[in-house]
Design a protein around this ligand. Structure first.
Ligand code: FBP
Length: 552
């Protein structure tokens, strides 16, 4: 294989570990606290999860565990979008399993959750894994977005595990995948199937976090990668002084990525979807505010700038959010008829007829290309695929129109040349930062210790993350504890509560305190590329978001 020097070198990186994980696995046990409750809807959730509701938080402690050496077979699944560090979760899990008993086996189900129901798998061996340690991507076994939620799938899961003598499954995924992991754990426990299920918190979006799960893995590397690119663009903008750059950043719902990148790079303008929703800001108001900023900077002879746009923005703009949810329901309920309409003209005419008056108005006010994007295929959860909606271009077109209006009124004299970018896939498979390499390995190793201690329905948890790895605290959090009921497509469903940007949280407050200063006066900050070697503040610093959250 033609390996890059960095790839070869990263194979040799030894992840830094929390103190407890340096002990022999036969000496790692768990200490359990009080019974727990879900964040809300307790009576209903208790009924839905009779076997796994209310379990205590588990903390790893150094005490003899006689079961750690049992020979076991474990299956692992990667679920959803790629996030840097997934390979290291598997490496940590593998090393834990083999440290328990070298005869134990780890199977990787191929292509995501569907691999489990289809019994499509490989055995992960030491030699095979060595080609993936400390590297980005999910290509070790592949990922997928199939939802595991039907009884038929759960029963298939039992059959496949029995056939392969697998007694534990680790599901590495986001909030939806971990919700499904909890349902699987409950179903297996109810059937006395003898199969444990443990989840691991993954998503670059950073929206799977709470009091007990401080960060989802991949957020650190992805935001560092995007921040490097944004910083480079800022420097280019400041050198050429001729372009406004509109940069859309991934993050399906929450704006954590946009917020972290704004704190890292100090752009002229950054939209935070949660603020737009809270203040019920309309699309026109957002456009007017950006146009106003372009005018002010032009008055200073600065006809350039950088605007960050969160991927999920469109759903948070009140009139657009209402439109999208009507479209989602319409396309799900009347899919058969809708699929008979062959031309965009027929589709949009039918859509307009079936939408409410307000949504039909919002739909008609959008350019044709955005209308088409809003009608594209939904994801397996029935959601519009926001990464395919070109919000950054929509904003550019609308700002341009506003500026020509202002020009004709004699209120704007500048030039508005623009470039647009979308940073998403560029960051999902980067070589994991040292932070993500360490964190992911620790999550995987912890997942094994939870299995070795007989737990099911837990998420692997590693906390105290703003401190050096040796001070991290490892354990398990019962998944039901993070759940509430939410209406999804008209039905009340148990789900892990998604963490959105909190407007009274430290990261947003830090951004809000500075953004006016960064807007008109050029104040760009250049984070540069992720560093793997060098002083701690250069190669081991966590995200600004994490640091600020821990200062509270
Ligand atoms: P997960 O929630 O599965 O981690 O995926 C997040 C994400 O990267 C979003 O930021 C983005 O909207 C989406 O995946 C893109 O999905 P796809 O990979 O299917 O294009």
């Amino acid at each position: 294989m033609n390996l890059s020097p960095l790839q070869k070198d990263r194979y040799n990186y030894k992840p830094h570990l929390p103190e407890i994980l340096k002990s022999d696995v036969s000496k790692i046990s768990i200490e359990q606290g009080e019974a727990t409750e879900s964040i809300s809807d307790r009576t209903e959730l208790k009924k839905m999860f009779p076997n796994t509701y209310g379990m205590p938080i588990a903390k790893l402690v150094e005490t003899v565990n006689r079961d750690a050496g049992n020979k076991i077979n474990v299956g692992v699944v990667l679920s959803g979008g790629q996030a840097p560090g997934g390979h290291n979760v598997i490496a940590g899990l593998f090393d834990g399993i083999k440290a328990g008993n070298p005869e134990s086996k780890l199977y990787g189900f191929l292509g995501g959750p569907s691999g489990l129901v289809e019994d499509s798998k490989i055995e992960i061996t030491a030699g095979y894994l060595d080609g993936y340690r400390n590297t980005g991507g999910f290509d070790i076994i592949g990922s997928g977005r199939t939802k595991l939620e039907s009884e038929e799938q759960f029963n298939r899961g039992i059959e496949v595990c029995k056939k392969n003598d697998i007694t534990a499954i680790v599901i590495i995924g986001g909030d939806d995948s971990n919700t499904n992991a909890a349902m699987l754990a409950e179903y297996f426990a109810g059937k006395d199937a003898g199969i444990q299920v443990i989840g691991c918190p993954k998503t670059i979006d950073g929206d799977l976090k709470n009091e007990h799960i401080e960060a989802s893995f991949g957020f650190d590397t992805a935001t560092k990668t995007y921040s490097e690119l944004i910083g480079n663009i800022e420097r280019d903008a400041n050198s050429a002084k001729k372009y406004w750059h509109f940069i859309k950043l991934m993050g399906r719902s929450a704006s954590h990525i946009g917020l972290e990148c704004a704190l890292q790079t100090q752009p002229n303008y950054a939209i935070i979807s949660e603020e737009v929703e809270t203040h019920k800001t309309s699309l026109t108001e957002i456009v007017n505010e950006i146009a106003d900023l372009v005018v002010k900077r032009a008055d200073n002879d600065e006809n350039f700038g950088v605007v960050l746009v969160p991927e999920g923005l469109i759903e948070f703009i009140p009139e657009m959010g209402a439109l999208i949810s009507e479209l989602n329901d319409l396309l799900a309920d009347k899919a058969d008829y809708y699929n008979t309409l062959n031309t965009f003209e027929d589709q949009s005419a039918w859509i307009n007829k079936n939408l409410s008056k307000d949504s039909s108005y919002a739909f008609s006010s959008l350019p044709n290309n955005i209308q088409r994007q809003l009608l594209m295929d939904r994801d397996p959860h029935g959601n519009v695929q926001v990464s395919r909606i070109e919000t950054e271009i929509l904003l550019i077109e609308m700002v341009e129109a506003k500026l020509s209006e202002l020009k004709s009124e004699g209120k704007y004299k500048g030039a508005f040349s623009h470039q647009h970018h979308f940073f998403g896939y560029e960051g999902r498979c980067a070589f994991p930062s040292n932070f993500d390499s360490d964190y992911c390995y620790a999550l995987g190793y912890t997942a094994f210790t939870l299995i070795a201690n007989g737990l099911t329905g837990y998420m692997s948890s590693v906390r105290n993350l703003s401190k050096p790895a040796s001070e991290w605290i490892a354990g398990g959090i019962p998944v039901t504890m993070m759940m509430n009921l939410e209406i999804r497509h008209g039905k009340s469903k148990p789900v892990i509560k998604k963490a959105l940007v909190e407007l009274d949280g430290a990261p947003f407050k830090a951004f809000a305190a500075k953004r006016n200063e960064w807007a008109v006066k050029t104040s760009f900050r250049f984070p540069g590329a992720i560093q793997y070697y060098g002083p701690d503040e250069v190669c081991n610093a966590p995200t600004i978001t994490l640091e600020l959250e821990h200062q509270k």
